[in-house]
Design a protein around this ligand. Structure first.
Ligand code: TXA
Ligand code: MG
Length: 357
């Protein structure tokens, strides 16, 4: 058990003194939880084998699931990668710093523990002021997965990271709630066309428009199937799952929400009749239908603002475990724009237990 320090840092005016202390922890091989614009990360010096191994232990993460390396300048990208394709510069110029991770061929600089032995490395330049200052002050790239215990929903507040990692890390920086609430988009640039490994905060349609090249979206990026390990090793692991058994109720269309809700209610009432306590995870538009039938509802946000839904998603999955019903029924969303990201996370959270109505 480690003595974990928790410090609050204002994300808009980060206290350099406190961040310098955090950077010292990184430099001396310790573990620091820090906010990024997506979710909280559990960081260590990417150049220290011992420090990187500590990350896997703290999270109970299998050693064959590689880590993203967080950088603050293009020189680091060139140092960590070999044979950078034009698309990497395109993305770095247009979208960095920001919530997009590149997978590129790795250089000799990268530890095999970081990439789990793969010849490719995942790299991202976060835009969160605390994250970028921490990397800059540390003077080394920071390897960081999301700051949750393996299999738990990613943390969007320091409180979530404290729930999972208190006593397992040296320092937790509390920088408030994260902006996007879902993890970065991951694009594999070692294949042609570039392949989406994980949808994130920026819709693929927008990425394609801004970047001017097509991005291949395989089924596993939609959360529908498992990827081969060589593509995206993390995909095979149970992810984001609440303890509460959850079923996702999907439909081909969400145009007639009243009709959709009544089908979901039928399922919920059938489960209630069997003596199960059912909670419904729903959009704001349909909440009233379920409440009117006496069901407890956890609201994700409005279908008209999928950023809100994405932002509340992991927090809501954690809340669900606090309520701890026998079963959760969760609404689906149209797989367009950010809907793809949301459905990827929900399909994994329900462990592919999907009911089609
Ligand atoms: O937004 C984010 O990306 C957050 C913040 C902290 O930056 N990080 C994050 O890391 O979500 P993590 O470890 O929870 O998810 C990273 C995913 C894993 O599924 C892992 O398998 C995949 O990235 N990954 C890492 N390196 C890879 C590689 N070389 N090739 C393919 N996939 C890789
Ligand atoms: Mg994670």
């Amino acid at each position: 058990m480690l003595r974990t320090r928790v410090v609050a840092v204002d994300p808009l005016k980060p206290d350099e003194g406190l961040l310098e202390e955090a950077a010292k922890v990184i430099r001396s091989g310790g573990l620091v939880v820090f906010p990024t614009e997506t979710v909280y990360g559990l960081g260590a010096n990417a150049y220290s084998r011992e420090a990187v191994i500590k990350i896997f232990k703290a999270k109970n993460r299998p050693m064959d699931n590689p880590l993203i390396v967080h950088i603050c300048g293009l020189e680091e990208l060139e140092m960590l990668a070999s044979k950078l394709p034009d698309e990497a510069y395109e993305i770095a110029e247009k979208l960095w710093p920001g919530p997009v991770t590149l997978v590129v061929w790795r250089s000799e600089q990268v530890l095999k523990e970081v990439t789990a032995g793969l010849p490719k490395v995942a790299i991202r330049m976060p835009s969160h002021p605390i994250a970028s200052s921490l990397i800059r002050l540390s003077g080394v790239p920071i390897a960081a997965p999301s700051a949750n215990l393996a299999g738990r929903p990613s943390p969007t507040t320091a409180h979530h990271a404290i729930q999972d990692l208190y006593g397992r890390v040296d320092l937790i920086i509390d920088g408030g709630e994260t902006l996007f609430g879902v993890e970065s988009t991951i694009i594999d640039l070692t294949v042609k066309p570039p392949r989406l490994l994980r949808p994130g905060p920026i819709p693929v349609e927008d990425l394609e428009r801004v970047l001017g090249f097509r991005i291949d979206v395989p089924d596993y990026a939609r959360g529908l199937s498992e990827a081969k390990r060589a593509y995206s090793p993390g995909v095979k692991y149970r992810h984001y799952a609440p303890e509460t058994p959850m079923k996702l109720v999907e439909s081909d269309s969400y145009d007639d929400l009243a009709a959709y809700a009544s089908k979901l209610i039928e399922i919920a009432e059938e489960c209630s009749c069997r003596g199960l306590k059912v909670v419904i995870v729903a959009s704001r538009e349909t909440t009233r239908y379920y409440s009117a039938r006496g069901f407890q509802v956890l609201e994700l946000g409005s279908r008209k603002n999928l950023y809100e839904v994405a932002r509340n998603l992991f927090k809501t999955l954690r809340e669900l475990d606090e309520v701890s019903p026998d079963l959760a029924l969760c609404e689906g969303f149209e797989e367009k724009g950010l809907g793809l990201t949301i459905m990827n996370r929900l399909r994994k959270a329900c462990k592919h237990d999907i009911i089609r109505v």
